[in-house]
Design a protein around this ligand. Structure first.
Ligand code: GRF
Length: 203
């Protein structure tokens, strides 16, 4: 599997994926990490692991579609067959999704379909749920939406703040993202409507 990773910031999920590859837990290579923002920590982390990086600023493109065309061109140039969004903060258009059908994956810090969008951890606290978690899913045109590959549950504690909850969820994100990608790498996933056969069980 030739994985292109798209980031916008810190890049800790990207780093967890790269670590899993280095440690032989994920059979994949990462020919390119693309960020839509210059100067973010994730770019340094990728370089520190010897992975080539590219900045493609969405602001320099006239439309979402034009930006996605540039992304597709860059990813194809690096023989990418699977795209992992790792804290990537742009909504993708059909231009990119149709270029990699069924092969664009995202991670979200909540148990989807609960709490899509920004500040998912604070949304969970505000709602008062006792369990939240992390979800890895295939991407469709809606934000934080699409067939679910893996989920992990995280309890909400009485004294949690957005930060403490986010930290515990992030540890689970780092654990399940490589597991979910390994399913795709080994072609173990079959999509039947909304359901994915061969997903990773909740833990
Ligand atoms: C993660 O919580 C991820 O679930 C969400 O954005 C955050 C990115 O963090 N989509 P990082 O850049 O991977 O550290």
């Amino acid at each position: 599997m030739n994985l292109g990773i798209l980031i916008s910031g810190r890049g800790s999920n990207m780093d967890a994926i790269l670590a899993a590859i280095e440690e032989g837990r994920l059979d994949a290579s990462v020919p390119i990490v693309v960020s839509n923002r210059a100067g973010v920590a994730g770019l340094d982390r990728a370089r520190a692991r010897g992975v080539p990086t590219l900045v493609l600023a969405h602001r320099e493109h006239p439309s979402r579609e034009a930006f996605d065309e540039a992304l597709v061109e860059a990813l194809r140039r690096h023989d990418v067959d699977t795209v992992a969004l790792a804290g990537f903060d742009r909504l993708l258009s059909p231009v990119l999704l149709s270029a990699f059908p069924g092969r664009v994956v995202n991670i979200h810090p909540a148990l989807l379909p609960s709490f899509p969008g920004l500040h998912a951890q604070q949304q969970a606290l505000d709602y008062g749920v006792r369990i939240t978690g992390a979800t890895v899913h295939l991407v469709d045109e809606r934000m934080d939406h699409g067939p679910i590959l893996a989920q992990a549950a995280v309890p909400v504690l009485d004294d949690d703040t957005e930060d403490t909850l986010a930290e515990r969820i992030l540890a689970e994100e780092h654990r399940i993202y490589p597991l979910a990608l390994a399913l795709l790498a080994h072609d173990e996933v079959r999509i039947e409507g909304r359901r994915v056969r061969g997903g990773v069980p909740t833990a």
